[in-house]
Design a protein around this ligand. Structure first.
Ligand SMILES: C[S@@+](CC[C@H](N)C(=O)[O-])C[C@H]1O[C@@H](n2cnc3c(N)ncnc32)[C@H](O)[C@@H]1O
Length: 194
């Protein structure tokens, strides 16, 4: 049996990337406002953020969360079981690039937190899966400052290109409005225009 703090500390010790405290605070503000009935997360890791979000849903609300790393899926399942949240959090094991096109339900909140190079694809799918009043939140948008600089080194080029395209696609989409917050590694909050 573990507590949520122990899950967080273990993830930090094992260098598993989890949501930063200030980023979590901003996401929590949005979730408290909209009280999602259905939430989707892309990138579970060990379940830390999904566990935090699960306490901010509407009564009987649920989260589907996608993770492609089998070892992390196992750890996340154990963590969720330890906290007795199996009815609230549903882990979908697999690559989100393959899983997302198979989903056909609507979500009030979608949290994107996986491969940065795939963000444009995740955005396209998230728009398809978003309920009318839904919100898309994406983490790590500024990526250590690379996204909005002239950084062009080979190692992170795919990730940086993905994040730049993500922001461009949102800018060119007249249906949505986006706020970029400089918390953590950069967070965007995207809603339909009213
Ligand atoms: C930053 S971590 C997620 C952290 C988690 N949201 C939290 O804050 O506790 C990103 C996770 O996304 C997973 N991932 C990366 N690309 C993916 C993909 N295409 N499909 C599913 N999971 C992916 C990685 O294995 C990793 O565990």
């Amino acid at each position: 049996m573990k507590t949520i703090e122990e899950i967080k500390q273990k993830a930090i010790e094992e260098h598993i990337p989890i949501i930063m405290d200030d980023t979590l605070e901003e996401v929590a503000k949005v979730l408290k406002e909209i009280k999602p009935k259905n939430m989707l997360e892309i990138g579970t890791a060990v379940g830390y953020s999904a566990i935090r979000f699960s306490y901010l849903l509407a009564e009987n609300g649920t989260i589907d969360t996608i993770e492609k790393d089998e070892e992390r899926v196992k750890i996340a399942k154990n963590n969720i079981k330890d906290l007795k949240l199996e009815k609230k959090i549903n882990i979908i094991a697999g690559d989100a690039v393959e899983v997302l096109p198979t989903i056909n339900k609507k979500y009030d909140a979608i949290f994107i937190d996986a491969a940065k190079g795939k963000y444009p694809f995740f955005l396209k799918e998230s728009i398809r899966l978003l309920s009318t009043k839904g919100v898309i939140i994406a983490d790590n948008i500024l990526y250590k400052g690379y996204t909005l600089s002239d950084y062009n080194k080979h190692k992170q080029r795919t990730a940086v290109r993905g994040l730049r395209t993500y922001l461009n696609d949102l800018q060119e989409n007249n249906e949505f409005e986006t706020v970029l917050l400089k918390v953590g590694d950069g967070l965007t909050i995207t809603k339909r225009k009213v």
